[in-house]
Design a protein around this ligand. Sequence first.
Ligand code: STL
Length: 399
Amino acid sequence: MSIVESPEEKLELITRNLQEVLNENIIKDVLEVQKRPLKVYWGTAPTGKPHCGYFVPMVKLAHLLKAGCEVTVLVADLHAFLDNMKAPLEVVKYRAKFYEKIIKSVLASINVPVEKLKFVLGSSYQTSENYTMDLFRLSNVVSQNDAKRAGADVVKQVANPLLSGLIYPLMQALDEEYLGVDAQFGGVDQRKIFVLAEENLPSLGYKKRAHLMNPMVPGLGQGGKMSASDPNSKIDMLEEPKQIRKKISSAYCAPGEVEGNGVISFVENVLQPVQQLAAENTNHFNFFINRPDKYGGPITYTSVDDLKADYAAGSLSPVDLKSGVADSIVELLAPIKKSFDSDPEFQEAAEKGYPVAQPKQEKKQKKPKNKGTRYPGAGKDASPTVAEAAEGIKSASLS
Ligand code: STL
């Protein structure tokens, strides 16, 4: 992968396909005036399992590295814990390792040199004295309301929200300072946290950072939704080819509908940029569908617009589109599966990070509970003395 030289070319790569950039002047100043590599980080919380959607930020990391940036990936293990304990502390260490392994093998599979990439584990600095003091200082300048709203699109929203959800955005803001970056990159769902950081880091005497935001890419579920509770809406990075084909064939993909179509958006936001990176050519696109002769025979698209036009016109059917996309995903994931199969540390991270639920134990015989004497229905005469009542509590707690 060659690195671009001029500040203009660098800025184009850094901002390519983004939905929004905040404080672009900070980036320009680093590239044009200070003439040094831009320092950027991307944070990910090892909550569930990384799925194919992770190719989207990976493509951006590739752009950043190609633009000569110093890129840090923050594996935010404590954030995974703080987000409603999505990752319990016993497993988070292994999940963090699993994420790192997946990210590295995805990048290697799309020809991005990973030596230039720094991985940092959140817990390696987020419990330090200075960080903790800064968190307390920040908690004295950010209102509960602002912290709550900042996390609204990122932290899982539950009926009885925990205090951890308020700490989460404050820590993300501090990470910018502690990772020593000029900019943070993330999905546009992070926007409110990014704004919170911009507004509040200066109160602690820290500088405000630039923010790079990717668009949200629809998943494979109904209406393009990716949902943790619907395993069919996401394809695991280590999914078997058979499973990939099954999930793609059940993906929501309304005939003639291009907008919000998760299958087309995968072609546009993953397959196309990955091919462009590999070919080092922003015009390159080559998408083959092995279509049966009776439906028009094999076809190759060299532009996503042509594919969309055919799909909208009905001359490309959902079934044929899906079969082409499934073939491409199988090909895309093969090197990742290969690196998993040849790396015992990777396998250990998967086993211990995602322990399979133990089969349910047989129901124990219920012992009659000693309810003591002060429960509705206990005889009037049985009203206990203080000492008897204490005895009742003791035996109740032992049963
Ligand atoms: C998720 C999903 C997602 C992004 C993140 C978490 C980001 C987490 C994060 C944590 C700390 C940081 C930066 C980002 O400093 O799409 O579960």
